[in-house]
Design a protein around this ligand. Structure first.
Ligand code: 5GP
Ligand code: MN
Length: 361
C-alpha cells in the first residue's frame, strides 16, 4: 500500500483500533475530543508531510523513549518522521543505544516549519529550548505529556497527570492509530516507563503500569539487560565520584518544618578529577535520597562558571518521600516537575542556592 493510501486508511483503522482497544490502560483524563483531534492531525497531513518530534532539554529515558517509540510507530504507518532535541544535541549512555536513534537529526537541520510538531515529556514550551519557536511555525502541534503542571502550550493536548510516564500516553496513541507494538517500539516505551517509575517502584506504578510492562516484555525484551544498563551500571570513576559526593552529604533534620533535608553537590572539578562526563550524575539523587532521616533530598550539579564560584550555574534535583510537594518548591525557583520529583536551574554560590532551597522548603 502506498503511503498516501495508508494514511487515508487511518480514519477507519483508528476508529477500529479504538473500538477494539476496550478500556484504556489508564483511566486518564484525556478527553475523547483530544484523542480525536490528535488522530485528525495525523490523518489530515498533506502529501509528503514534514513531521518533527521534539522532547525536552537534556532528555531522560521517558523523553527519548517516548519520542523514539512514537517515531518508530509513525514510521510503521509509512510517515516520514524526524526527531530531535534542543542543544546540547548529544546522546549519552545509557540512552545512546535506543532503537529509533536513526530518526534523530541535529536541531540545526530539523525542519523549520514542519506540518506537524509533536512534543514529548515537556511541561512547558521553555523546556524545548531553542526549538520552542517551532510551535509557532508548525502547521499544527500535539503535546504529549504527564506533568500536572503542563501549561498546554500546543494546539492539541494529550496530557495525563495520572500516567506514570509520557510513554503510557504514547502507547495509547499508537493503539488508537492502529500501530502494533514491535520489539523496537516496546524497548523505547519500556525504557521510558522503567525510568519514570524508578524501575517500577514509585507511587504511580499501578496495576495498569504492570499490565503495560507485561505487553511490552511480551514482544521479546530482555528486562535484566535493560535494567542493568539503566540503573546498575556506571564507570568505576563515577563510582568513586559518588563516594566523594556521599561523603560530603549534609543532613538537616530541622529543615522543611522538621521533615528533614539531606543534600550534597558535585562540581565540574569533581567530574574532571574522576575523568567523568556530566551524564553519570543522573543517578546521584537516588544514592542521596536513601537517608531515612530526611523527607526531602537535594543534589546540586554544577554545570557552568567553575572559575568564578559566586557565579556558578547549578542543575538542582529535588525529591520527596511524600510529605513535601517539591514541584511547588521548584516552580517557585523557576523550574518544574512532579510533586515528588522536580528540579530547577540556579545561579550563584553553593551556599546561597542551598539557603534559597531551605527557605522555600
Ligand atoms: P531530575 O532531578 O531527574 O533532573 O528531574 C526531575 C524532574 O524535574 C524532571 O522529570 C522534570 O520534570 C523536572 N525538572 C528538572 N529540571 C527542571 C528544570 O530545570 N525546569 C523544569 N521546568 N523542570 C525540571
Ligand atoms: Mn516523564
Amino acid at each position: 500500500m502506498s503511503r498516501a493510501a495508508q494514511v487515508a486508511a487511518l480514519a477507519t483503522t483508528a476508529a477500529q483500533a479504538v473500538a477494539a482497544a476496550g478500556p484504556a490502560t489508564e483511566a486518564g483524563p484525556i478527553a475523547e475530543a483530544d484523542w480525536a483531534a490528535a488522530l485528525a492531525a495525523v490523518r489530515d497531513l498533506p502529501a509528503d508531510p514534514e513531521i518533527l518530534l521534539v522532547c525536552h532539554l537534556n532528555p531522560d529515558g521517558d523523553a527519548l523513549g517516548s519520542m523514539l517509540g512514537c517515531g518508530l510507530g509513525l514510521a510503521q504507518l509509512g510517515l516520514p518522521v524526524r526527531a530531535t532535541f534542543p542543544p546540547p544535541f548529544e546522546l549519552t549512555p545509557p540512552f545512546d543505544r535506543l532503537p529509533g536513534s536513526e530518526l534523530l537529526v541535529d536541531p540545526a537541520v530539523a525542519p523549520a516549519a514542519p506540518d506537524l510538531l509533536i512534543c514529548f515529556d515537556a511541561a512547558s514550551a521553555n523546556r524545548l529550548g531553542e526549538l520552542a519557536g517551532r510551535l509557532d511555525t508548525a502547521g499544527t502541534s500535539i503535546v504529549v505529556d504527564h506533568h500536572a503542571s503542563n501549561t498546554r502550550f500546543g494546539a492539541v493536548h494529550l496530557v495525563d497527570p495520572g500516567a506514570a510516564a509520557t510513554s503510557v500516553v504514547v502507547e495509547q496513541l499508537l493503539r488508537r492509530l492502529g500501530v502494533p507494538l514491535d520489539e523496537a517500539i516496546a524497548e523505547c516505551l519500556y525504557v521510558a516507563l522503567s525510568t519514570d517509575t524508578g524501575s517500577f517502584k514509585f507511587d504511580l506504578t499501578t496495576p495498569a503500569v504492570h499490565e503495560l510492562a507485561a505487553r511490552l516484555l511480551a514482544t521479546g525484551l530482555r528486562p535484566a539487560e535493560i535494567s542493568r544498563r539503566l540503573f546498575d551500571s556506571r564507570p568505576f570513576g563515577a563510582m568513586k565520584l559518588y563516594g566523594d559526593v556521599l561523603a560530603r552529604a549534609t543532613l538537616e533534620p530541622d529543615a522543611a518544618d522538621g521533615r528533614g533535608l539531606v543534600w550534597s553537590y558535585a562540581t565540574l572539578a569533581d567530574l574532571a578529577r574522576h575523568g567523568q562526563h556530566r551524564h553519570v550524575l543522573e543517578g546521584l539523587i537516588d544514592a542521596v535520597r536513601v537517608a531515612e532521616e530526611a523527607d526531602v533530598a537535594c543534589v546540586l550539579k554544577q554545570v557552568a562558571h567553575a572559575s568564578d564560584p559566586d557565579r556558578s550555574e547549578w542543575a538542582v534535583s529535588l525529591r520527596s518521600k511524600g510529605a513535601v510537594d517539591v514541584a511547588g518548591v521548584a516552580v517557585g525557583l523557576g523550574g518544574g516537575g512532579h510533586r515528588l520529583a522536580a528540579g530547577f536551574t540556579a545561579h550563584g554560590a553553593l551556599d546561597e542556592v542551598v539557603a534559597l532551597i531551605r527557605a522555600a522548603l
